[in-house]
Design a protein around this ligand. Structure first.
Ligand SMILES: Nc1ncnc2c1ncn2[C@@H]1O[C@H](COP(=O)(O)OP(=O)(O)OP(=O)(O)O)[C@@H](O)[C@H]1O
Length: 362
């Protein structure tokens, strides 16, 4: 567990935050530009001495204002990956990776050179110089170098922000694999919610130097009171799903989630693997009776837990499907016409859904 409590003032900006990141898995720091994400990362890395607070990784106290403790950056064992890969231009890929390995403290264990090279799929690049790599390849090498230094935690500051969409799509699966393979905390700064959906296990939502909310990403995704999440057009629930079966003839994949099953367009994920699905509120409609003769693939029995105000003229419905919570966006007119009220059994109609490309263990 990484525990962070920090206060720091810059001229015209005050940061006052507290959160916990699980001992393994990705914790995303998410929020608009200037909300303090990079300042938090710098304080955790030991590159900034905060005005007050305490930072601890497990039993190791890295910073304690009260106890006058400030472990220097080089002894914190933080692997860092930035927006730009910051590789040494005069060294080959192999040389850059070996630099990471040389920084690993004596007596620490972790993945070896060959293991990291194969994990990141960079075998063919080893002899090249950084100038001859694409942006996505550079980022994979930067990740490899950080991993080989055997970090106690990985800090990533918008590692995909400088990449175009195809390069992002290339690097994301590697990040997902890292998340699975490593048993250290990964702090991941981003302002891209797609990355949060695909990678994060927990989320710290920041605005103006304060924590608006923090916790498991599925739980936060279903909250409608968080303007940054609920205000967007694709607000919705994140469901942990298992691939149950593929039906190539009908071009469908069947997914199970706690509380039901869903059919989605045929996905390449192997049967038995787990995937995370964002079920957008705008893709869910409701009926008071079981509908028949519909083109929609998915009709799920649910119970209306609550109606909450949505955008102008709209209501957000919180629907319970077993232990899972779904969101549906309907017009206020429909809510009145159907006399919707909490506790009412309904049918949720799910039109189109897309799987977030995320590796096993979602
Ligand atoms: N070295 C500094 N000196 C003075 N002010 C700073 C310094 N570093 C950051 N700030 C200010 O602190 C605030 C938070 O900055 P920070 O870089 O932590 O935000 P961020 O959420 O990472 O932003 P972005 O997403 O744009 O990178 C900003 O108002 C910024 O101008």
């Amino acid at each position: 567990m990484l525990e962070v409590a920090l206060r720091h003032d810059w001229p015209g900006f005050s940061l006052d935050v507290g959160f916990r990141a699980p001992a393994a898995g990705v914790t995303a720091l998410f929020g608009p530009s200037g909300c303090g994400k990079s300042t938090i990362l710098a304080a955790v890395a030991g590159l900034l001495r905060p005005d007050a607070g305490r930072i601890a990784l497990g039993d190791a106290v890295l910073f304690d204002h009260g106890g006058r403790r400030m472990v220097p950056a080089e002894r914190r064992r933080c692997g860092m990956v930035f927006q730009d890969a910051r590789l040494f231009p005069h060294l080959s890929v192999s040389g850059n990776l070996r630099y990471g390995l040389r920084r690993a403290p004596r007596g620490t264990t972790g993945p070896g050179f060959d293991e990291v090279v194969s994990l990141l799929g960079i075998e063919a690049l080893l002899a090249r110089r950084p100038a001859a790599l694409s942006g996505g390849e550079k980022q994979r090498v930067a990740l490899g170098r950080a991993l080989l230094s055997r970090p106690a935690m990985l800090l990533m500051d918008e590692p995909l922000a400088a990449l175009d969409a195809p390069r992002k799509a290339e690097v994301l699966p590697f990040l997902a694999r890292l998340r699975q393979e490593l048993s250290i905390p990964l702090l991941y700064v981003t302002h891209a919610l797609e990355e949060v959906d695909q990678l994060a296990d927990s989320l710290v939502l920041l605005a103006g130097g304060r924590v608006l909310a923090s916790g498991a990403v599925e739980a936060l995704a279903a909250r409608t009171d968080l303007p940054m999440l609920a205000g967007r057009r694709d607000a919705g629930a994140l469901l942990p799903c298992t691939v149950l079966a593929h039906d190539p003839a009908r071009q469908l994949t069947r997914l199970g989630f706690p509380g039901g099953t869903l059919s989605v367009p045929l996905a390449p994920a192997p049967v038995g693997s787990t995937q995370r699905l964002r079920l957008r509120a705008r893709d869910v409609a409701v009926a008071t009776e079981e509908p028949r003769g519909l083109s929609v693939q998915n009709v799920l029995p649910v119970v209306l837990e609550a109606l909450e105000p949505g955008a102008a003229g709209e209501a957000m419905l919180r629907l319970r499907a077993g232990p899972s919570l779904l969101l549906a966006r309907v017009t206020l007119d429909s809510a009145h016409r159907l006399s919707l009220r909490p506790g009412q059994p309904l049918w949720a109609l799910v039109k189109s859904v897309a799987l977030a490309p995320r590796g096993p263990g979602a």
